[in-house]
Every structure is written in C-alpha cells, then in structure tokens.
Design a protein around this ligand. Sequence first.
Ligand code: GLA
Length: 389
Amino acid sequence: MSIKAVVLEEFKKVYGESTGAKVYFAPGRVNLIGEHTDYNGGHVFPCALSIGTYGVACPREDRVLRFYSVNFPQLGVIESSLDDLVPDPKAEWTNYPKGVMWAFEQRGMKIPTGMDLVLYGNIPNGSGLSSSASVEVLTGFILRDLFGFDVTNQDLALIGQFAENKYNMVNCGIMDQFAIAMGKKDHAIFLDTADLSFEYAPIKLDGAKIVIACSNKKRGLADSKYNERRSECEEALAELQTVVAAENLGALDEETFEKYSAVIGSDIRKKRAKHAVYENRRTMRAVEALKDGDVVAFGQLMNASHVSLRDDYEVTGIELDTLVEEAWKIDGVIGSRMTGAGFGGCTVSIVMDEAVDEFIQKVGEAYLAKIGYAANFYVVDIGDGPCVL
Ligand code: GLA
C-alpha cells in the first residue's frame, strides 16, 4: 500500500469518513554546509529530503480544528478551534500547525473554516532533520491549497519561521523552512540569508551517497544553548561595528575579520564570530568546488566545518564528534560533519557507494561501544518541496 493510501485509511479510521479529504506532503531537510550562519546573514547550503511529513486535510463547516498524529497515537484526537490559536503546552505537537494558522491570521489572512487533520511523519524522531519546520510548511501549503490564499512558497517559509519564532518561541533562522518550502529534487539550495537570494545547485554524486547518522542523543538544553550562541554572535558583531562597517558577520571576509577581531572583548565571543565568518566563506567556496565538479574539495570543506563547529562554536559534543571522527577513518568517506543546530541530532556524510555498508557497520559499532546506545543510519535522497499527492 502507498503511504497516501495508508494515511487516507488512518483518516477514515479516526474521523469515520474521508470523502473530500486531500493528501499532502512536505519534506524534511538536511544542511550540507553553512551551519549557524543563517542568523548571521551568511550562506547556507541545505536540501530537501524525500522523507518528510504527510498530511490529510478536510475542511469543516464550523470553526473546530481536530488533529491526529499517526506518530503519537497515545495522544488521540486533539481538539481545538480557530478561536483558540494560543500557544499551550497541553496542545502538544499541534502548537506547530496552530502557530502557522495564527501566523496567517496575523498577516490578515483569515482562515474561513476549521478542518480535520491527520499527520504522519517518516522523519526519524528528534533527529534534527527539521520535522517541526516540515509540519509548519505543510500546514501553510494546506491552508493555501484549501482556501486559495495568495502566498508564494517563499512566503510559506517566512510564515513558518514567524510561527516558530513568535508562537513556539524558538528563535530559529530561515534555513529550515526555506529549504523545505523551496526544495528541488537532486538539488541543494545555495541561499544568502542576508537578502534571501538563492540558486539551485545540482548535486550529482556519481558513485556516492548522502548518509545521515542519527545520534539519538536527547537534545536537552539545545534551545537555550542555541539562543546563547545567537546572542554571543550579536554581541561580537556590535563590538566589530565600532571599528568596521558590516551589517552582519556574513558581510565580513576572513582577512577583514582577523584585522579587526581584537576589538571583541572575550575569547569566547571571538571564537563564535570567527566560526560564523569562516563558515560562511567555506560555504561559498564549497559551492564553487561543487560547480567545478570537485567533490573531494567539497568534502574537505565539510570536514573543516565540523572542526570549526567543534572547537570554535562548541555545539557538537561527544556523540556527534564520535560519529564524525569515526567516519573520517573510513576510506571512501568524502566528507562528514554534524548538521543542524547540534548538541545532538545527526551528522551528514558523503560516502562512496562501495563504502556505505562498511561505514554503517564500523561507525555504528564504535558509537555503541563509546556512547553506550546505538545510532541510526539513513541513506537519503534529495527530494522536491511540498506537494499535493
Ligand atoms: C537550526 C535552526 C536553523 C539554523 C541551524 C544551524 O536548524 O532552525 O535556522 O540556525 O539550526 O545552522
């Protein structure tokens, strides 16, 4: 049975009827390089995945909202209303779709009726492959499709980010929602977060695959550490701005940074800003390398990105470091690094076809031996953005 048929069946089981229901999909994302640059006005290079979130939606005649997730059956049907778009921990995961509905209304797009929804995600739980951004973009896509709102996919990304920032109070940048809303099969998105200009770059990995290793580490303090990094960068930028004109850290090249970095009053802030500046330039260089067909150089820049995230930005931890450092030991690994916010989540590696099995076995064994619980591995494909199925 196709996933479409399965989720329609679930919808029927939960709500008794599936006439008039439509099925939608929005991907997850993985970032190839350009980490912790998106809130510093730098470049990122993510792609959408062929795994993601499926949604079945059917409009109602009243203002009631009913939500059910196949991933959280123990929560049953969570009921709400368009008149109750207020964040509430008791609303569990439905705070994500509700946040997007709220964000539409904030922009003057009144949602005319409630709806019944069933969601199912095949993004591994807590992996850092952006399941929440996937749900946000999916919700925006459904609202546009059902009610004809005049918004572009790029707007859906911005609305999703706004909902995440202001309704769910997670201070993320634009990368995740943008990668998901604008995804294109077999392409990564080279996005300049300073002005949202972007370009699709074909990812032709002849003879190699993208492998994701999920650390399964609980991301306990991730949000507060994330916010701490953001403010360290903001402070460093303010210090730099007393001596050099730069709108953000992404506007600086390495030389200019080194010339003026002494003005930054703490070593920690200097390291954070250094990462943001160097990672941005690395990302620009990585895309150039790819355009020249130099996958090896691309891989080396991925490795350098990890070192910088480990030593200067300090967002890796023993779990992600073990996955990456074990990966580096294997012949046929072109590049490997942590991806996403860090502090847990997963790594992304480019691995030659013939080395994939060995990679999964050896990295898996070493991880289990050192960390005490297992990692999960996924060979992934780059997919398209949201769609109606
Ligand atoms: C999370 C955020 C993104 C980005 C990354 C780090 O995924 O949601 O906006 O900042 O971390 O690159």
